[in-house]
Design a protein around this ligand. Structure first.
Ligand code: NAD
Ligand code: ZN
Length: 346
């Protein structure tokens, strides 16, 4: 099969032949139809300090995908060849306290598909059946290929009650934009999204932001005044990983407001702790998605009108991966999809 490898410890990726993975007794072998490119894949492509610390070449990368079941291991029940599936990219240990309690998203031994082991940017992927999600075939495969990052957006956005609340989202990357759509669907009032990239702010508006702010041009405080909000945001969703954005958020919250942190910050990021303390803020870190309550919620929200399709801005054949990654790096894209199907499967 063809697969996209991080083949050596340097920037770039290599398209090469690889053996079709042999599914273990508990695995499902999936014929990949589409994959989408995540910020993590770009870090791996660029070979930045995080990637250098984390990735062990040679390895097939990628973890956002949709495909069809090809074969299943002898222990696997409930998956038939041809079924439309996607999958959870976090492989959990199954033995730690959280796994045993059913809180698998908090497993202390999580390993990432396409990060710590071979991934989905290939014609075939084998993962444990416990990581495979039956996709609703009435949902477009473009959308299903984005279920992993949509899951980040949904898990973060639904951390706190949003009905009637004023929500601040910092960072209009794909996940921030999807979170805006989820907040809209969940009944928030004002959904203010910030970014320093005008292309991304346009996308946020298309996805359901009621107001967008470029903090290099206008302060969040001015926006709050313009909207007639009196006491700041009830809920903050930090989705930029930028320290200034986080500090802007902490300074813009209602007393007693709640913040969910998804963006990955520099480990030495400083905040004004006295604002957290005197304003009674709650901060919660978010990793991954809940297995599988988030997957259920994503599915039913899409079935009831959540539309993230404006976020999918580009398609490429997998052989055009270099162009796709260059575009991703430019910041002038939403989600970019790589097509892997050899037939006309859409
Ligand atoms: P992204 O990099 O595409 O988006 C981040 C956005 O933040 C960019 O559009 C950037 O222009 C914007 N930004 C930069 N400085 C800003 C500022 N001062 N104010 C407002 N916006 C600013 O990332 P993404 O794929 O949308 O993911 C969002 C974040 O979540 C990233 O930090 C990513 O690493 C992280 N992430 C975390 C998890 C997890 O499990 N915790 C999972 C996936 C992604
Ligand atoms: Zn565990």
């Amino acid at each position: 099969m063809k697969a996209l490898f991080k083949s050596t410890a340097e920037p770039g990726l290599t398209l090469a032949e690889a053996p079709i993975p042999e599914p273990d007794v508990n695995d499902v072998l999936i014929k990949v139809i589409k994959t989408s490119i995540c910020g993590t894949d770009l870090h791996i492509y660029n070979w930045d300090p995080w990637a250098r610390r984390t990735i062990r070449p040679p390895m097939i990368i990628g973890h956002e995908f949709v495909g069809r079941v090809a074969t299943v291991g002898s222990n696997v029940k409930g998956f038939q060849p041809g079924a439309l599936v996607t999958g959870e990219g976090h492989l959990v240990c199954g033995h730690c306290r959280n796994c045993l309690a059913g809180r698998r998203h908090l497993c202390k031994e999580t390993r990432g598909v396409g990060v710590n082991r071979d991934g989905a940017f290939a014609e075939y992927l084998a993962i444990p059946a416990s990581n495979v999600w039956h996709a609703d075939p009435s949902i477009a495969t473009d959308i299903i290929s984005c279920f992993d990052p949509l899951g980040n957006a949904v898990h973060t956005a639904l951390t706190y009650d949003l009905l009637g609340e004023d929500v601040l989202i910092t960072g209009a990357g794909p996940i921030g934009c999807m979170a805006a759509a989820v907040a809209r669907h969940a009944g928030a009032r004002h959904i203010v999204v910030t970014d320093i990239n005008p292309y991304r702010l346009d996308l946020a508006r298309k996805l359901g932001a009621t107001e967008v702010v470029n903090p290099e041009e206008e302060s969040i405080a001015e926006t709050v005044r313009r909207l007639g909000m009196k006491e700041g945001f009830d809920v903050g969703l930090e989705m930029s990983g930028n320290s200034r954005a986080l500090n802007d958020m902490i300074g813009s919250m209602f007393h007693g407001g709640k913040i969910a942190l998804l963006g990955i910050l520099e480990s030495n990021t400083a905040i004004d702790w006295n604002k957290v303390i005197f304003n009674g803020l709650t901060l919660r870190g978010i990793y991954g998605r809940q297995m599988y309550e988030t997957w259920y919620k994503m599915t039913v929200m899409i079935q009831t009108g959540l539309d993230i399709s404006p976020l999918i801005t580009h398609h490429f054949h997998y052989t055009e991966f270099a162009q796709a990654f260059a575009l991703m790096r430019s910041g002038r894209s939403g989600k970019i999809i790589l097509d892997w199907a050899d037939d006309q499967e859409a």
